[in-house]
Design a protein around this ligand. Structure first.
Ligand code: BEZ
Ligand code: FE
Length: 301
């Protein structure tokens, strides 16, 4: 029988897992074990800290519900979601496209459908703005019939799930681009908000003296036949936290500033943003999926 010690243990674990038939699972688990053991050695993990971590992860799981995904929030605040997004873009995109951003925990499938220029604010009230532009391919041609999904907070910084009965959808919806690839969405100017701070992830963020805020933003998910799905968001440049997003979603190219008199706005009387989204062709091997999901679907799978 091999005598296990600090030096031989890692290889013994990896050797026992070598029987894993799925090669990807084998590789991922071997690497995970090697990094996990190296981490424990580096910080000289104590039994009390090990138990505290088990307690923390237990609370993260217990906080998850069909409308709240605390594990995704943890991944977001550790920068892991953004990292997976960035790596996936590099591996699977064919040609230039609008930069991606986080899907976040507030995406919901089957949101209401709207016509060109309609307002997504059914219940919420506040200062309005117009978001318009085109969905284009890399040749600069409009992509007709693309689905443009949008979701955002109201003018007080709350998503429908937080402000209303969870059955009610507001400040979200789906639009179709017209024959020239144009879209136009009337909406409210969103407000920055704190990520949910009443759970274990919030407690960790507070223990790190981080503010927990996301700058005001509008989420977009754009899908068109033959193109790679684009999950992104537009960030309002005048938000005080534009440079310190708690979940690391902001890119310079996604920062916008609503302005009166924007050329071509379907509602020139409203502060408007023109933003043209560029979608990339789908790579033949692309099976990567989204970094995120409707929380109710994660629990069900
Ligand atoms: C969001 O933008 O909706 C979001 C993203 C990550 C964590 C919390 C919220
Ligand atoms: Fe958000």
């Amino acid at each position: 029988m091999a005598d296990l010690n600090q030096e031989t243990l890692t290889d013994a674990v990896v050797a026992q897992m070598a029987s894993t038939p799925d090669p990807r699972l084998r590789k991922v688990m071997e690497s995970l074990v090697r990094h996990l053991h190296a981490f424990a050695r580096e910080v000289r993990l104590t039994p009390a800290e090990w138990l505290a971590a088990i307690g923390f992860l237990t609370r993260v799981g217990q906080t998850c519900t069909p409308i709240r995904q605390e594990f995704i929030l943890l991944s977001d605040t550790l920068g892991l979601s953004r990292l997976v997004n960035l790596m996936d873009d590099q591996a699977n995109r064919v040609g230039e496209a609008t930069e991606t951003s986080l899907l976040g925990p507030f995406y919901r499938e089957a949101s209401p459908q709207f016509a060109y220029g309609e307002s997504i604010a059914k219940h919420a009230q506040g200062p309005e703005m117009m978001l318009f532009g085109r969905v284009m391919n890399e040749a600069g041609e409009g992509v007709p019939n693309a689905i443009v999904e949008i979701w955002q907070t109201d003018a007080d910084g709350a998503y429908d799930l937080q402000a209303l009965d969870p059955e009610t959808m507001d400040m979200r919806g789906q639009f179709r681009t017209d024959a020239e690839g144009r879209y136009a969405i009337r909406t409210l100017i969103p407000l920055g908000y704190s990520i949910p701070m009443d759970g274990p992830v919030g407690a960790l963020v507070r223990a790190q003296n981080r503010h927990g805020f996301r700058p005001a933003h509008i989420h977009m998910l754009i899908g068109a036949e033959g193109y790679r799905e684009l999950v992104t968001a537009l960030y309002l440049g005048d938000d005080a936290n534009i440079d310190s997003d708690t979940v690391f979603g902001v890119s310079e190219s996604l920062v916008v500033r609503p302005q009166m008199g924007a050329e071509g706005s379907p509602s020139p009387d409203l502060p408007s943003v023109r933003y043209d989204f560029q979608v990339a062709r789908k790579a033949a091997h692309d099976k990567s999926g989204r970094v995120g999901a409707d929380p109710s679907k994660i629990a069900a799978e």
